[in-house]
Design a protein around this ligand. Structure first.
Ligand code: GAL
Length: 665
C-alpha cells in the first residue's frame, strides 16, 4: 500500500522541480503521475517535438527515488491539431460542435484523431517505454468526463451503421429487434439508420440502447488502440482513471484491456451532486435524492458519505476482481461542485485509509500544488498556490508513517455480492417511467442496507462466477435472456440465496418486453408480472408483512405468484393485497423477490432471514460508522462529525470523529 500524487511539472518553473521531488519523498509518497494534459508542450506545432523538459522532469523524479505513472496526452488535443482536420471535434446531442478551449473535445471515431493518437502514443511509448522511472501508464484521462462518450457526428453515424450491421446482419432483423413497425420507423437498409438525436419526441428506446452500447464500445476500442501501442514498447502496467458513479461506458469491458483500474475519488463534490453527476443526467434525474436528503448532506458536508465513496471502491475492485488504485484523491476543496466546502481536519487521512480498506494498492492525491490560473484555480492540492504545504500534506505524511508501521493486509473475499450492470443502467434510464427512477440510487439503497450491517459487499457483473457468494442481490435486473437466467438458476440450484429486486426480467436484450414479465425468470422467481406502479417523487406507500408495515417509493411490481410463497402484500388502495414480496425454495437454494423499491431499513428487515440462513454474521452499526473486514484485521471508520460509542463485541467502545481504527484479529 503506497501513496502518490498527480504532478504537472510543465506548470511550474524548473528550479522548483528538484525541491518538489525531495519534498514528495519526505512526505512518504512513492508514485507521481505526470503528462496527461501536456500535448501542446510536447509538440508545439505538427512534428516539432520538445520532449527535453519531460525527459528532465521524469529523470528528476526517478533520481529522487519516485516511480512515475506516465499519462498519454490525448484528452487535450492542441489547437493546431483541431485546425488541421475537420472531423476531430465532437458534436453534441443538440447537433452543436463542441469547441476548443477546455478538454475532451475529440470524437473517438474520428479517423484523423485515431491516426494522431497512434502517432503521439507511439512516440511517447518508444521514448519512455524502457525508462527506469516509468513504472506504469495511464491512457488518456477520464473517458466520458464532461459528457463525452456519446458523440453525434458523421464519423459516429457511419461507424454506428457498421456496428449495427455486424450485430444484426440483416436490416429486417434490426427492424424486428427494435420493433420498428411502430410509427413507421422501419428501415430499408443499414445506410438509412440515423443517430437517436434531434427527433421530434423521444427516439425508439431500443435504438437508443444500441447507440449507448455502440458509444461505449467506441471508447473501449479507442482505449485498446492506445493499450496495444504501449504494450509493444513497455512491459509496465497500463491503467485508466475512471470516475465515481459514472456509467456512460461499460467499465467491465474497458477493464479487460487494462492491467489495473484506477479511479478518481472526490467525496465532497460527489456528495454535493448526489445523485446526479453532470454527465449522468437522464430524463428521470431530478437532482435531488431521497437517499441523500439535505440534512444528510449537511451532516456529511465535510467528510462525504462513507457508502457513496466505498460503493465505487467495491465496484472498481469488482471490475477485475483485484486491487485498484485511487489515482486522484481529493486533498482539500474541489472547484466543480455547485458548492465546495472544505474537508474537516483528519478527513483526508480517513479517505486514504478507507481506500486501502476496500482494496486499493495506491492512493495518489490530486494535485501537488494548487493551480495559479485557468479553470481549476479554486481546487486545492497538497500544497497552496505559493508552493507551501497545505493541511493535506500533514495528513498524507501521517498516513505514510502509519503504512510504514502496518503489516501487509490481505483483501477478504466477501460473501455477499451485488449485481451491477451498465446496460441495465442505460435501459432503465432511457425509459425511466418514474421521475425518481435512478439505477445508482436503487443499487446504493441495497448497498447501504448491507454495509450498515457490517458486511463486506462485492459489486460484480451479473454474468460473473457466483458460486463463492452465499447471497447474491440483483436489483433492477431489467434485461434478461435465457443464458443469464441459466447462470442464475445454476447458482440457486447449488444452494445460493438469490434476491431479485424491482424492475427485473422486463426486457429482452434488445429492450423489448417479455410477455409476460419476468420472461425467462418466471420459473426461478415463481411469479408473473403484468403491471407495475410508478409513484410520484416523494410519495410513499406501504406493504404489509405480518403486523409490520414497510414503506416504499418510486416503483412497485405487482406480483402474481405461480409457485412462490407470499411474504408481504401491498396496502395501496389501487392494488390492495396484491403480492409485493415472495419467496420460493429452488434446488438447494432460494429466490426472494422484492417487488417494490423499499428503503434501507425495510430492506434490512426483508434481508435479515436470508443473511441468517446463509450463516452471515451481521453487526448493526451506528449511522456513518463502517467496518470493512480484511483477512487479518478490520478497519473501523467513523464519518460522523462527532465521536460515536459502540457496543459491538471485538470492536473498541468508542471511535473518535472522523477516526480510523485498525483492529487486529
Ligand atoms: C478530475 C480530472 C482532473 C481534474 C480533477 C479536479 O475529474 O481527471 O484532471 O480536473 O478532476 O477535481
Amino acid at each position: 500500500m503506497e501513496l502518490g500524487v498527480c504532478y504537472y511539472p510543465e506548470h511550474w518553473p524548473e528550479e522548483t522541480w528538484i525541491p518538489d521531488a525531495k519534498r514528495m519523498k519526505d512526505i512518504g509518497l512513492s508514485w507521481v503521475r505526470v503528462g496527461e494534459f501536456a500535448w501542446k508542450r510536447l509538440e508545439p506545432s505538427p512534428g516539432k517535438f520538445t520532449f527535453d523538459w519531460l525527459d528532465r522532469a521524469i529523470d528528476n523524479l526517478g533520481s529522487a527515488g519516485l516511480n512515475v505513472m506516465l499519462g498519454t496526452p490525448t484528452a487535450t488535443p492542441p489547437k493546431w491539431l483541431i485546425d488541421k482536420y475537420d472531423d476531430v471535434l465532437q458534436i453534441d446531442k443538440n447537433g452543436r460542435t463542441r469547441g476548443f478551449g477546455s478538454r475532451r473535445h475529440y470524437c473517438h471515431n474520428s479517423k484523423s484523431y485515431n491516426k494522431e493518437t497512434t502517432r503521439i502514443v507511439t512516440i511517447i511509448a518508444k521514448r519512455y517505454g524502457k525508462h527506469q522511472a516509468v513504472q506504469a501508464w495511464q491512457t488518456d484521462n477520464e473517458y466520458g468526463c464532461h459528457d463525452t462518450v456519446r458523440c453525434y457526428c458523421d464519423n459516429c453515424k457511419r461507424e454506428f451503421r457498421v456496428w449495427l450491421k455486424q450485430k444484426y446482419k440483416t436490416i429486417d432483423t434490426l427492424n424486428e429487434a427494435w420493433w420498428n413497425v411502430f410509427w413507421s420507423m422501419e428501415y430499408a437498409s443499414f445506410d438509412e439508420v440515423e443517430l437517436p438525436n434531434l427527433t421530434v419526441t423521444e427516439p425508439n428506446p431500443s435504438h437508443t440502447l444500441d447507440f449507448y452500447r455502440f458509444s461505449s464500445d467506441s471508447v473501449v476500442s479507442y482505449n485498446k488502440l492506445q493499450v496495444d501501442i504501449l504494450r509493444e514498447f513497455s512491459d509496465k502496467p497500463i491503467t485508466h482513471n475512471a470516475m465515481g458513479l459514472f456509467g456512460h461506458y461499460d467499465h467491465y469491458k474497458l477493464a479487460r484491456d487494462l492491467d489495473a483500474i484506477t479511479w478518481d475519488n472526490y467525496p465532497l463534490g460527489t456528495l454535493e451532486l448526489a445523485l446526479v453527476s453532470p454527465s449522468e443526467v437522464g430524463p428521470g434525474a431530478t437532482g435531488s435524492s431521497a437517499l441523500f436528503p439535505n440534512e444528510l448532506k449537511n451532516k456529511y458536508m465535510r467528510s462525504g458519505h462513507p457508502d457513496l465513496i466505498s460503493f465505487n471502491h467495491d465496484l472498481y475492485y469488482g471490475l477485475k476482481d483485484k486491487p485498484f488504485w485511487v489515482i486522484e484523491q481529493q486533498p482539500g476543496q474541489v472547484n466543480w461542485a455547485p458548492t465546495n466546502p472544505l474537508p474537516a481536519p483528519g478527513v483526508v487521512r480517513l479517505w486514504t485509509h478507507q481506500a486501502f480498506a476496500h482494496g486499493a494498492d495506491v492512493v495518489a492525491y490530486f494535485r501537488w500544488r494548487a493551480a495559479n490560473g485557468a479553470q481549476e484555480t479554486m481546487h486545492a492540492g497538497l500544497n497552496l498556490f505559493d508552493g507551501s504545504p497545505d493541511t493535506a500534506t500533514d495528513e498524507a505524511k501521517m498516513v505514510a508513517e502509519e503504512l510504514s508501521r502496518q503489516s501487509k493486509v490481505e483483501m477478504k473475499n466477501s460473501k455477499v455480492a451485488l449485481l451491477f450492470d451498465y446496460e441495465n443502467l442505460w435501459a432503465t434510464s432511457i425509459q425511466p417511467h418514474a421521475q425518481g427512477w435512478n439505477y445508482w440510487e436503487l443499487q446504493l439503497t441495497y448497498y447501504m442496507a448491507l454495509r450498515g450491517l457490517g458486511l463486506n459487499v462485492a459489486v460484480i457483473r451479473p454474468r460473473s462466477e457466483l458460486s463463492r457468494y452465499s447471497v447474491v442481490l440483483a436489483p433492477a435486473l431489467n434485461l434478461v435472456d435465457e443464458s443469464l437466467v441459466n447462470h442464475l438458476t445454476q447458482y440457486v440450484k447449488q444452494g445460493g440465496q438469490l434476491v431479485i429486486g424491482p424492475r427485473s426480467g422486463f426486457k429482452t436484450l434488445t429492450n423489448r418486453v417479455h410477455a409476460p414479465a419476468p420472461g425467462p425468470l418466471t420459473e426461478l422467481m415463481g411469479v408473473t408480472i403484468n403491471k407495475v406502479d410508478a409513484l410520484r417523487t416523494g410519495y410513499t406507500e406501504y406493504v404489509k408483512q405480518g403486523r409490520r408495515k414497510l414503506p416504499y417509493t418510486v416503483w412497485a411490481d405487482l406480483l402474481t405468484p405461480t409457485t412462490a410463497k407470499v411474504l408481504a402484500t401491498y396496502e395501496s388502495d389501487a392494488y390492495k393485497n396484491v403480492a409485493a414480496v415472495v419467496e420460493q425454495k429452488y434446488g438447494e437454494g432460494s429466490c426472494l423477490t422484492i417487488g417494490m423499491w423499499a428503503d434501507v431499513e425495510g430492506l434490512r428487515v426483508l434481508l435479515e432471514p436470508i443473511l441468517k440462513r446463509a450463516g452471515l454474521e451481521t453487526i448493526p452499526l451506528p449511522e456513518g460508522v463502517r467496518v470493512t473486514k480484511r483477512e487479518n484485521s478490520s478497519y473501523l471508520l467513523n464519518f460522523n462529525p462527532s465521536d460515536v460509542s459502540l457496543k459491538v463485541k471485538g470492536l473498541p467502545k468508542k471511535i473518535a470523529k472522523h477516526g480510523v481504527v485498525i483492529v487486529k484479529k
